[in-house]
Design a protein around this ligand. Structure first.
Ligand code: ADP
Length: 454
């Protein structure tokens, strides 16, 4: 078995991995930037090594320093978490060649699914429906406009190397297309160092429903049900829940089978996610695969009772999955709210600073995954998520009522957070009725007085 794991991440996910390792009797090595000395994952890991300056490009994205730390501390494996190097095929390859287990899929699966155009082509050949669009990246504006007209407006221009909703623009006609095409390319170049874009039909008011995949190194692939992540702002998820209030048992079954087929087409190993858009009629389309653990994985853990981080470590070690699709049981409902250090009343402006009092809610069915504590200074260099509140209940109604109660107890003084916004959503009739699509947040923010969020 693996003896020691290096955690190539920070924040709540680093802490989540420390906790799983500790329960498995595995030692942990935290790597951290100069700005994260105070972070809980550094304090709770068995060992810690500073790998550079505050900026991610000087620390968490420095593969060379992380691999050196792994060698100095003699670890057997690296867990990349999400973000940073988690979907970097070259990093996975470097780990493979240094004989350090990368806790994730093989580098060739990351490469295949990391290029969204290749990913779409791969799953389409396996019989999984995809959003109509260009065959791969578009070469020029003239070619792009032709394709956009053929698909029919509105269309969405997306970065081949995309992630986090960046490099994504919507166009409604030739004129706006000409402008948005260059904006998308520029954004993609800046964010990913790769300006290549492709075009898709823009699905109006869809739901974002994704399936959790778990696969071992012995060709056994199964899914752990879905997460509905339709509540998004600027294509970034804010709330995730399982099961989806929209899916019927039949649609769930068909989408689950398609998700497994998509993962098999990538010869996938470890935990991954197949993302779909679903239109009002229940037509579903693959949009991408995330070849890593996701922020919202706890909702799946809460409804299945399966610890995904532990499963990731086990299958990376070569163990067979200990169960079949047929025995995966789903119980109750789980909902997760991302708690961000942002001011929702001021257009979600980042709100870094020092937390005064921090008090996390508790009680039956309440889980908080967070690296925050009283006196913790949130560094301004990283994304604004400071924790996740996950509430469960026997039914969706119970889970939502519990989330409202827990949000009312959650105290984070000294900075602005998204807690009041989440509380307002938990009390919103449209959300309560399970009617939220990806257009929900814009509508909600437009019709709700922002002083409710302060
Ligand atoms: P990223 O990798 O940047 O997160 P995704 O491809 O996963 O990008 O898409 C993120 C979100 O953008 C989706 O959940 C959805 O809200 C929106 N989106 C993406 N593609 C489409 C599309 N073809 N039609 C409508 N909305 C889309």
């Amino acid at each position: 078995m693996i003896q020691k794991v290096l955690i190539a991440n920070r924040g709540e996910i680093a802490l989540r991995i420390v906790r799983a390792c500790r329960e498995l009797g595995i030692k942990t090595l935290a790597v951290y930037s100069e700005a994260d000395v105070q972070s809980l994952h550094v304090q709770l890991a068995d060992e810690a090594i500073c790998i550079g300056g505050p900026k991610s490009s000087d620390s968490y994205l420095r593969a060379d320093r992380i691999i050196s730390a792994a060698e100095i501390a003699d670890v057997d494996a690296i867990h990349p978490g999400y973000g940073v190097l988690s979907e970097n095929a070259k990093f996975a390859e470097q780990c493979e060649s240094c004989n350090i287990k990368f806790i994730g899929p093989k580098s060739k699966s990351i490469k295949m699914m990391g290029d969204k155009a290749i990913a779409k082509d791969t799953v389409r050949k396996a019989g999984v429906p995809i959003v109509p669009g260009s065959d791969g990246p578009v070469e020029s504006e003239t070619e792009a406009v032709k394709i956009a007209r053929k698909i029919g407006y509105p269309v969405i221009i997306k970065a081949v190397a995309g992630g986090g909703g960046r490099g994504m623009r919507i166009a409604h006609n030739d004129v706006s297309f000409a402008k948005e095409y260059y904006v998308a390319r520029g954004e993609a170049e800046k964010a990913f160092g790769n300006g290549a874009v492709y075009i898709e039909k823009y699905i109006e008011k869809p739901r974002h429903i994704e399936f959790q995949i778990l696969a071992d190194a012995h060709g056994h692939v199964l899914h752990l049900g879905e997460r509905d992540c339709s509540v998004q702002r600027r294509h970034q998820k804010l709330i995730e829940e399982s099961p989806s209030p929209f899916l019927t048992p039949d649609l769930r079954k068909r989408m689950g089978k398609a998700a497994v087929k998509a993962a098999e087409a990538a010869a996938y190993e470890n935990a991954g996610t197949i993302e779909f858009l679903v239109d009002a009629k229940g037509n579903f389309y693959f949009i991408e695969m995330n070849t890593r653990i996701q922020v919202e994985h706890p909702v799946t853990e809460e409804v299945t009772g399966i610890d995904l981080i532990k499963e990731q470590i086990r299958v990376a070690y070569g163990e067979k999955l200990g169960f079949d699709q047929g025995v995966v049981m789903f119980e109750g409902h789980a909902i997760e709210c991302s708690i961000n250090a942002e001011d929702p009343a001021r257009n979600f402006a980042p709100s870094p600073g020092t937390i005064g009092l921090y008090y996390a809610p508790g009680g039956h069915g309440v889980r908080v995954d967070s690296h925050a504590y009283s006196g913790y200074a949130i560094p301004p260099y990283y994304d604004s998520m400071i924790g996740k509140l996950i509430c469960t209940g026997s039914t969706r109604k119970v889970a939502l009522e519990r989330a409202y109660r827990a949000l009312s107890e959650y105290l984070i003084r000294g900075i602005k957070t998204t807690i009041p916004l989440h509380r307002a959503i938990m009390a919103d009739p449209i959300f309560i009725e399970g009617k939220a699509t990806t257009a929900y947040m814009e509508d909600f923010l437009g019709r709700t007085a922002s002083d409710l969020f302060t």
